[in-house]
Write a protein that binds this ligand. Sequence first.
Ligand code: ADP
Length: 314
Amino acid sequence: MKKLVGAGEILVEIMAERIGQSFLEPGPLLGPYPSGAPAIFIGQAAALGQPAGLIGAVGDDDFGRLNIDRLRVLGADVSAIAVHTGHATGTAFVTYRADASRHFVFNIRNSAAGLIETNAAATKLLAGADHVHVMGSSLFSDRAITVALSAIETVKAKGGTVSFDPNIRREIMQASGMREALDQVLAQADIFLPSGEELFLFSSATDEKGAVDELLARGLSCIVLKKGAAGAVYHDHHGAVASPGFAVDEIDPTGAGDCFGAAFVSFWLRGAAPAEALRIANACGALAVTRKGPMEGIFPLEAVEAFIATGNTQ
Ligand code: ADP
């Protein structure tokens, strides 16, 4: 089976317990939960049985151990996660607003996550990789951008493929060089996985079809538009395939896009037809939102298949 590799931020997430709770005053918190978009992605891919490993860095602390242990239990290759003393594992504090939007306080660049590098273990992991997945949120510093672009270069040089999820977080969007790096990654991607308005950040078109056509013409193999509870739509040079979402009670949306993407890419790498890859991806995205905590809703393939067999689509 093809091996996929991710590179980027490994964090713990700490969540405000109440909707609308402000971080400007003390309040009840939940967590720590293992997190970081690329970590969620690699964890979900591994849980589906895809060989998958992550390049990243944590501190020599409980938060770092929580992440490494979780990824290991899910079956991911953790050999390229560096453990640094003197730097704490990265954190993301999140509070949910009444309108369902989220507000984050991140500590990534100045945490252990910021020490990401293509060291000997990362080079070894990439030597065995067929596919690299990049998240926009992972382009948070010059150093992180260098790691992502060199991973792409290594994997592409041997005929491998690339997927890209912009995963735009306004709180880190201002990082220097991020905008250019987002465009550079997109230019080399085979699979593009935007959600909501992210599609329009990369196109001059103002309508969905125009943007999809423009981006496909630039060399992507396919675009998968994530549409929350409504599911997803796949586009390639032959046409489009829509797939409805599964009906679930949403408890926590964080991680849905990462779990969805991991499932889609894993099944694309296995040669699945778009409709099948979308069905598994929608199931993983739906399951992800049924649990508090971004990685708590990661399930193994058997559980995902059982959910599909009994679940209702929207
Ligand atoms: P992102 O998390 O990247 O913003 P979405 O919110 O579109 O992306 O979620 C990704 C996928 O997760 C969706 O395409 C869908 O398959 C699934 N999903 C998200 N929210 C729900 C929900 N409330 N009910 C069912 N499925 C959902």
